[in-house]
Design a protein around this ligand. Structure first.
Ligand code: ADP
Ligand code: ZN
Length: 700
């Protein structure tokens, strides 16, 4: 009897289903169509991966994200599931191999790009028995979505070719019109809509508006420095900005790379790969980055500008914290962004739709109520409780009667004939003595200096709210001048009162909460060791670290410290295949960690050194210490670098050291293992490269 629960535990190492997963799986197994809408990180993949194991023939997964396919397939292999991908990156030989694997029913899942699908369906694919059709990123079929792809229009032919296979359309973002459009364009039959909650409680939402450049730079630098070693994405609107911000970070000691569609695809791949493998933590990118990335431990997202729409924004921040651990998102914006965004779309066929989306985005950014509820209501979810994890919930603004303030501002706008922008309006209200004000005769109007008691930023804060409440409007097509609205008159006449949120300087996060601590707790030390181990294995297997284990799994191991197989199997994410591959090593790491007195981190190296001095070889030291040989080699390298008399030349020849030296020179003294490994065409293993680098460091 096929049991989804059992599969979930055995292959994926999870104890229970998330909401809707079970229903979707059963619905699919009973042969019916479905439209599945779940936020990024919600757990969509399992909804079709588990049915694929219970169905007799192939499950076909159409996905536009070619760069993601290999990682998805690697992750399935790591869980012991037979899968493959078919796209333009395969050689002819690989393709024919794969066609044969399909014909002999060796695979459960086949990922395929829409371009390749069109050809494949005309030839070999149509002859195959297919049990299930999955369309991932299904919103790409709709022009109402935010990522329309013409190739998706062809997918509905699948229905004619495989009339008996149920179809599952899957997406992370779709408002109501888009949903209906997806069902129609794909030809879903009698389908059921599964709409998961868009709640992502681990994401903290913060918005910072109209911050001066130097202040913003300082804020961001502090933010990133407090999160050293944590991965994050800095999203910019333009290619130029990605490069500028990346330079800014690098020149301030934060190692960063930029990424945009104007780069050669090999360069982009390298940046993406290095990010996934934790070789560097900060990527400054346009929104082109991230679509093909399934990295579970992205800890923060910053938007340098206002995004185009809420769907895109929520998907972008959704790339943080997929492992469920707390993650930060900060959105910076100013009114110039709105001008730019409107400019982008001015010739578009769908201009009105896009304009409306920008407006909603701005409304979100300027809101003083719970931000998560605004997003959720956008996706059709109504929640009455506040989230408690957005800036407005965490530091709720206190309200006061701002009618008089509003009247002063509105009167100044009116008396200056609606021809001033925010800055100039504030200048008038505060009685600024500038050339511009005198030239335009603005010092003569009645409310000149009427708002002296408030600072510039306070006024900014108030005026933003007036705009947000519809009492003032910004003319984006007229130099950002402020205009009166229907409501303005009522406020000026005193017929309508205005409530404003008081200004409060955003408190700096308490430093002690984060990285400022100098000593690590024992859990943190063990976690660091586990991550090191994972990195090594990931490099050896040429896969991203999360394919080996998610952060959340390692975190759980570090805190529960399992002592035997049974306890280890209880950890989330520990499926049977991974347990068989890594179980004993993990138990060793945990055990070794508990036997060595951890107060002094040095002692573990000294312990190795003592044994080395007694003349034991690496294998013997590893056996004595119940550690892997790789760990012992790493200890020896570190001891060597610290000047201890360890002879590393025993493990790597002088000839090889010189090869590494040459390779490194060619790579501009890059000390990363992977580029060197590749430069040497893969014929020197990572361990030797690492040892050679230690020797070279000693010579320098
Ligand atoms: P998305 O909806 O973005 O495609 P994924 O399918 O990649 O999300 O799932 C996101 C993460 O959640 C993955 O790490 C996945 O292994 C994990 N996950 C999915 N279902 C469960 C579950 N029932 N219990 C625990 N973790 C789960
Ligand atoms: Zn909130």
């Amino acid at each position: 009897m096929f049991s989804p629960e059992k599969i979930l535990q055995e292959y994926f190492g999870y104890k229970s289903f998330r909401p809707l997963q079970r229903e979707i799986i059963e619905h699919t197994l009973s042969g019916q169509d479905s439209l599945v809408i779940m936020p990024t990180g919600g757990g969509k993949s399992i909804c079709f991966q588990i049915p694929s194991l219970g169905l007799p023939n192939l499950t076909l997964v159409v996905s536009p994200l070619i760069s993601l396919m290999k990682d998805q397939v690697d992750a399935l292999h790591a869980n012991g599931i037979k899968a493959a991908f078919y796209n333009s990156s395969l050689s002819e030989f690989e393709k024919s191999q794969l066609v044969e694997d399909c014909a002999t029913n060796k695979l459960k899942l086949l990922y395929i790009s829409p371009e390749s699908l069109i050809h494949a369906v005309k030839s070999w694919l149509r002859k195959l028995p297919v049990s299930l059709l999955v369309v991932d990123e299904a919103h790409c079929v709709s022009m109402w979505g935010h990522d329309f792809r013409p190739e998706y229009q062809q997918i509905h032919h699948l229905r004619e070719v495989f009339p008996d296979a149920p179809m599952m359309a899957v997406t992370a973002t779709a408002d109501k019109i888009t949903r209906r459009d997806i069902a129609e364009k794909l030809g879903l039959r009698n389908y059921e809509l599964f709409l998961a909650s868009f709640q992502r409680p681990n994401l903290k939402l913060t918005v910072r508006s109209q911050i001066a450049k130097n202040k913003k730079e300082k804020e961001i630098l502090d933010f990133v420095r407090e999160r050293q070693g944590e991965s994050g994405i800095y999203y910019c609107l333009s290619r130029k900005e990605t490069e500028e911000w990346s330079n800014f970070f690098n020149s301030n000691g934060v190692s960063s790379r930029f990424y945009h569609a104007g780069m050669a695809s090999s360069d982009r791949e390298q940046v993406q790969d290095g990010f996934i493998k934790d070789e560097y933590n900060v990527i400054c990118a346009t929104i082109a980055f991230g679509m093909g990335i399934d990295k579970s431990n992205v800890r923060w997202i910053i938007h340098n500008n206002l995004p185009k729409n809420i769907e895109g924004y929520y998907q972008e921040i959704g790339r943080a914290g997929r492992d469920g651990l707390p993650s930060d998102t900060v959105l910076y914006y100013n009114y110039r962004d709105v001008v730019l965004l409107n400019d982008f779309i001015k010739d578009s066929e769908f201009k009105e739709v896009y304009q409306e989306k920008i407006k909603r985005m701005l409304y979100y950014a300027e809101a003083s109520s719970c931000r998560r509820n605004i997003v959720l209501s956008y996706f059709g979810e109504t929640i009455t409780e506040n989230c408690g994890n957005c800036d407005n919930c965490l530091e709720p603004p206190s309200m006061f009667d701002g009618t008089l303030l509003a009247q002063k501002a509105l009167s100044a706008v009116s008396r200056s004939h609606e021809s001033v922008g925010i800055n100039l309006l504030i200048g008038i209200l505060r009685g600024a003595d500038t050339i511009e004000i005198h030239e335009k005769n603005l010092h003569k109007i009645k409310t000149y200096g009427a708002g002296k008691e408030h600072s510039f930023v306070e006024w900014q804060h108030f005026i933003n709210q007036l705009i947000n409440q519809g009492v003032l409007e910004i003319a984006y097509d007229q130099h950002l001048h402020l205009k009166l609205t229907d409501l303005s008159g009522e406020v000026l006449r005193g017929a309508q009162r205005i409530n404003l949120a008081a200004y409060q300087e955003k408190k700096q996060e308490k430093k002690t909460d984060r990285k400022q601590k100098t000593t690590l707790s024992s859990d943190e030390q063990l976690l660091a060791e586990l991550k090191n181990w994972r990195k090594q294995i990931a490099i050896e297997n040429k896969v991203p670290a999360y394919v080996i284990f998610h952060d959340s799994t390692l975190t759980e191991i570090a805190s529960r410290k399992p002592l035997n197989e049974k306890e280890l199997l209880e950890i989330q994410g520990m499926g049977q295949t991974k347990f068989e591959r890594f179980g004993s090593t993990l138990l060793e790491i945990v055990q070794a960690f508990q036997t060595v007195p951890k107060k002094d981190k040095r002692s573990t190296f000294e312990h190795t050194f003592e044994l080395y001095e007694q003349g034991l070889n690496v294998e013997q030291i590893a056996a004595t210490r119940q550690m892997s040989e790789n760990t012992i080699y790493a200890h020896l390298a570190r001891l060597y670098e610290e000047g201890k008399p360890v002879n590393l030349n025993k493990f790597v020849s002088e000839y090889d050291v010189n090869r590494v030296k040459e390779a490194r020179k060619k790579l501009n003294n890059n000390n990363q293992l992977k580029p060197i490994f590749e430069e040497l065409n893969g014929d020197l293993d990572y361990r030797k490269i690492g040892l050679a680098l230690s020797i070279l460091a000693g010579q320098a």
